[in-house]
Design a protein around this ligand. Structure first.
Ligand SMILES: Cc1ncc(C[n+]2csc(CCOP(=O)(O)OP(=O)(O)O)c2C)c(N)n1
Ligand SMILES: [Mg+2]
Length: 587
């Protein structure tokens, strides 16, 4: 790094961006504004970064979130002052709750302009409250403050974003004018003299060594002997971070030979999972006969939260003991208040460490009952998919999961898309990476997150999304032109909030349609045209398959709109689950 910055604001901006790059961060999401110009110009001048621009800070922040979901590395989000910062709130909350790393760097006005009625000025200090892992106020650039202050601050921020529990961090940077890189003809060689070795190298100023997160051998030994003695054990797998974790879990449960219920975000639900995986557990648990006859004596829960409400209800009724939960963070994840042993460990490390202590389990009657039932559901769903019915929401989830290619990703919006994929996705498609925003299950920022997920994966991504969720984030269609890989958006337009038809509020017609069903009578063709995104509106199963394959082959982002009806969708779910249940009860 050289010392010939045009002014001190620029120099501090460059030091900050350079140190971020040295910690390994390469992806920067920018929205425009004057107060963050020293940062923006430093990003623009840096040879080793990739940047993306979005006019909406809310979408930019969700894009950063999606990128980190794919890469497990934080992206940097740079915004100007005022409501620009406030617009990042929903993504920061989601990142915080779901422990996704993110680095926010915001421009701010100097102290003498705070609380004076100065333009675009809000109180940005500690703005995100408990939702950031760490925050720092950088004062206005001043040669009385050593440049090391910036470097050690950045290093701490990156460390706190990435160490467990991962999450967002915030660096608020105050600047006096000039904000543009106008030259003051100053030479900063003396100011930077203490940074001689840093400037000639490429390493961060402060290196952090992460603590080891493995559980100790003695408790593992005891845990293994507990597990070895269990007769009817069940493994449930919530969201896992990557395929390495999924593979470690697969290896361990194969030895344990307990029925294993994989959430759609576990990486174990799709791709023809091997025994003892039970891909259709959610549909099976709709059968009260099955749940009454099959009650676990112990549960080993690996990874994050579960999408399946039926699984949660089942565990609540069974109250298995012991209930062992293994996750790589210290937070409570126990809405049933049933956990009897909580292990904080990285999942792969835990599985690999436990494996040698486990006795190889045998194919028990308990496991074969689960396997038989899951096979039965496979048949029922296969028959349903072959029927010549209309293009329903469960069918779309089933078809998409069958057509995805092994090197692609799937992003699932909250509400029915994620639930339908969890319940009905075909298990025999490709083992693609699946993600969703389930930290707080918002229907906001979904498209922006999916674009970031695709950009991080460097692979095409299919997004299954409801109409309200897409309307909510429609201006993120703009991001499709800036990313390097296509996103196929499959929007299930049921003209409102389809999920509410499944809730007790549906029995209250005086308020239901207007405030919950919320029909809008909008379609997406015009939006696709406005943002220059390819568009298709197939009406039949065959036409959908053709549109989807065509979009895949074109390599272009495409919006495929499916028209469904909320009432028909509800009736079909009931009928399909009734068929699954009655077929299960017959065996
Ligand atoms: C930001 C946000 N606002 C409101 C909600 C409450 N909510 C949950 S599902 C839903 C309806 C979603 O409709 P749509 O995206 O069309 O999906 P569908 O229910 O039809 O599958 C709403 C409003 C939410 N989860 N997040
Ligand atoms: Mg809808």
């Amino acid at each position: 790094m050289n010392a010939d910055a045009p002014n001190l604001n620029s120099l501090w901006g460059r030091l900050l961006i350079e140190e971020l790059v040295r910690t390994g961060i390469r992806y920067f999401c920018l929205s425009s504004g004057s107060r963050c110009a020293p940062l923006t110009t430093a990003v623009a001048a840096h040879p080793n970064v990739t940047s993306i621009y979005h006019f909406d800070e809310r979408g930019a922040a969700f894009h950063a979130l999606g990128y980190a979901r794919a890469t497990s590395r934080p992206a940097v989000l740079i915004t100007t002052s005022g409501t620009a910062v406030a617009n990042t709130w929903p993504a920061v909350v989601e990142a915080s709750v779901d422990r996704v790393p993110m680095i926010l760097v915001t421009g701010d006005r100097p102290p003498e302009l705070q609380d004076t009625g100065a333009n675009q000025t809000i109180d940005q200090g500690k703005f995100f409250g408990p939702y950031v892992r760490w925050q720092m106020e950088l004062p206005c650039p001043n040669t009385q403050i050593k440049p090391e202050v910036i470097l050690t601050g950045v290093d701490q921020a990156v460390y706190r974003a990435q160490r467990s529990p991962q999450g967002p961090v915030h660096i608020n940077c105050m600047y006096r004018e000039p904000l543009a890189p106008v030259s003051h003809g100053e030479d900063y060689t003396g100011y930077l003299s203490a940074l001689k070795s840093w400037r000639s190298g490429v390493e961060p100023y402060t290196e952090y060594a992460l603590p080891s997160t493995g559980p100790k051998v003695q408790p593992l030994h005891q845990l293994a002997s507990t597990l070895n003695d269990v007769q009817q054990g069940l493994v449930v797998v919530g969201s896992l971070r990557d395929l390495t974790q999924s593979r470690s879990v697969q290896k361990m449960v194969q030895k344990l030979a307990w029925p294993t219920l994989p959430d759609i975000t576990s990486g174990l639900r799709l791709g023809s999972p091997q025994s003892p995986m039970i891909p259709y557990f959610d549909a099976m648990l709709a059968s009260s006969r099955f749940t009454e006859e099959n009650q676990p004596k112990a549960v080993l829960h690996l990874g994050g939260r579960l999408i399946s409400k039926r699984l949660l209800d089942y565990l609540k009724r069974c109250r298995p003991c012991p209930y062992i939960l293994v996750e790589d963070h210290p937070f409570r994840q126990d809405p049933l208040h049933g956990v009897t042993l909580r292990v904080e460990a990285e999942i792969s490390h835990f599985c690999e460490s436990l494996l040698p202590h486990l006795r190889a389990g045998k194919e028990s009657d308990w496991l074969s009952r689960w396997r038989k039932a899951s096979n039965q559901v496979t048949q029922t769903l296969g028959a349903f998919a072959m029927e010549n019915g209309g293009l329903s929401e469960p069918l779309v989830a089933w078809l998409v999961s069958q057509m995805l290619q092994p090197d692609e990703g799937m992003f699932l919006a909250s509400s029915m898309p994620v639930r339908d994929a969890d319940t009905f996705a075909a298990a025999n498609g490709s083992a693609v990476l699946v993600a969703c925003n389930r930290g707080t299950s918002g229907i906001d920022g979904v498209l922006a997150t999916a674009t970031g997920f695709a950009q991080g994966l460097k692979r095409p991504v299919t997004l299954l999304i409801g109409d309200l969720a897409l309307l909510h984030d429609m201006n993120s269609l703009y991001l499709l032109r800036s990313i390097d890989v296509p996103v196929i958006i499959v929007v299930l337009n049921n003209n409102g909030g389809g999920i509410f038809s499944f809730l007790p509020i549906a029995q209250f017609p005086d308020v239901f349609e207007r405030y919950f069903g919320t029909p809008h009578n909008l379609t997406f063709e015009g939006a696709a045209r406005m943002f220059e995104v390819d568009y298709a509106h197939p009406r039949t199963k065959e036409a959908f398959i053709e549109s989807y394959r065509g979009a895949n082959q074109s390599g272009q982002s495409t919006l495929i709109e499916i028209t469904t009806g909320r009432n028909e969708n509800y009736d079909l779910h009931v009928k399909l689950l009734e068929t699954i249940t009655s077929n299960l009860n017959r065996t």
